[in-house]
Write a protein that binds this ligand. Structure first.
Ligand code: NAD
Length: 331
């Protein structure tokens, strides 16, 4: 049985608490949050202790720590929990600063491959099936990957101001997806971005609509499109064109009803947002973590992957600022 301490009892912490308690081989021992009401709520719901973060990290009875705190605390908590001998699962991103993330990788050294990063989309059943098919060569050589990732509505501007910008906050998931599907890092990135959804996002120095084009050393291309607004819901699609065919993952709809009349054909909207769309993926990633810890194997998506996604986010941010392609090797 994996005895788990949960750090951070906010929006995603609540999702993870449920995944921990739903798994037959893990149990939630304690939860911490700097806002004690948040921790108390989860502790009451899941009948576990409420403690402070240091007590959880230093408790020898706790084998694993799940970090679901605000991003600026991740690197410090990864280092502290790893030094205390815990198995670590940490939400993305490692940090907003690439140099801090790299320092975290250095500080955890040979344990970095065991530290799991919460790139939950790798565990979406459809995206995972697409990646397996690419890897098995079912469409020949993948030549063009297209990733569409649109949120239903923009976050509050107060959130945007501390988010690190669209590329580090939102497109980071898509950079990791490109790394997952293509199997290596691109050579260069060219990105463009605009503020079209909310002028206040532009005034805060960020973009809300962006496209990044990734070019690989052998000529393969990936295109990622992000928007902070899609009026019809959370739009999450993948398409890979290969030398011998194509793979496509469509949106998951709220229901499967299709109405066909003389007026046309209508179906339901996509599931509203990430909690609805990816709930099975959050449970599957936790299962993968528990399995890797109990087998003593590397985490299927780890701290190295977290740093790689940040490298691409950094390259895209620089490209938007310079108006030129960014070389990934120079980041
Ligand atoms: N993988 C995903 O799909 C996904 C989705 C949402 C958020 N996230 C990531 O998860 C993290 C949390 O996001 P959220 O939306 O849940 O934010 P949130 O603000 O709802 O929750 C964060 C919680 O951490 C607490 N906290 C901050 N510092 C702490 C500390 N040192 N010790 C204990 N608690 C502390 C805060 O009080 C807050 O309750 C972010 O890094 C975010 O990028 C990932």
């Amino acid at each position: 049985m994996l005895n788990v301490g949960l750090l951070g009892a906010g929006r995603i912490g609540a999702v993870h608490a449920n995944a921990i308690q739903s798994h037959p081989d893990s149990t939630l021992i304690a939860v911490s949050d700097v806002v004690s009401d948040n921790a108390q709520k989860l502790a009451t719901q899941y009948h576990c202790d409420m403690r402070n973060t240091d007590d959880i990290i230093n408790d020898p009875a706790i084998n694993a720590v799940l970090i679901a705190t605000s991003t600026d605390t991740h690197a410090d908590l990864i280092e502290a929990a790893t030094a205390a001998g815990k198995a670590v699962f940490c939400e993305k991103p490692v940090d907003l600063s690439l140099s801090r993330a790299r320092a975290c990788l250095d500080a955890t050294a040979d344990k970095a491959a065991r530290i799991m990063l919460g790139f939950n989309r790798r565990f979406d059943p459809s995206f995972a099936a697409l990646q397996r098919a690419v890897k098995a060569g079912e469409i020949g050589k993948p030549e063009l990957l297209s990733i569409t990732s649109f949120d239903p509505a923009p976050p509050p501007v107060a959130y945007v101001k501390v988010s690190g910008g669209l590329f580090r906050d939102m497109m980071i998931h898509d950079f990791d997806m490109a790394n997952f599907v293509m199997g290596d890092l691109p050579e260069s990135i060219t990105a463009v971005g605009s503020s079209l959804v909310d002028p206040a996002i532009g005034e805060a120095g960020d973009v809300d609509t962006a496209v990044a084009t990734l070019r690989y050393a052998d000529g393969r291309i990936a295109v990622i499109q992000n928007s902070r607004r899609a009026s019809y819901g959370y739009d999450q699609r993948l398409e890979v064109l290969g030398s011998q065919g194509q793979l496509q993952v469509k949106n998951v709809a709220e229901n499967t009803l299709v109405k066909s009349t003389t007026d046309g054909i209508q179906s339901a909207n996509p599931l509203h947002f990430f909690l609805e769309r990816y709930m099975p993926a959050y449970h599957a990633e936790w299962t993968a973590f528990v399995t890797s810890v109990s087998n003593g194997t590397d985490a299927p998506v780890n701290l190295n992957d977290g740093v790689n996604a940040l490298i691409l986010a950094e390259a895209a941010t620089q490209s938007v600022q310079s108006g030129l392609p960014s070389s990934v090797a120079s980041i």
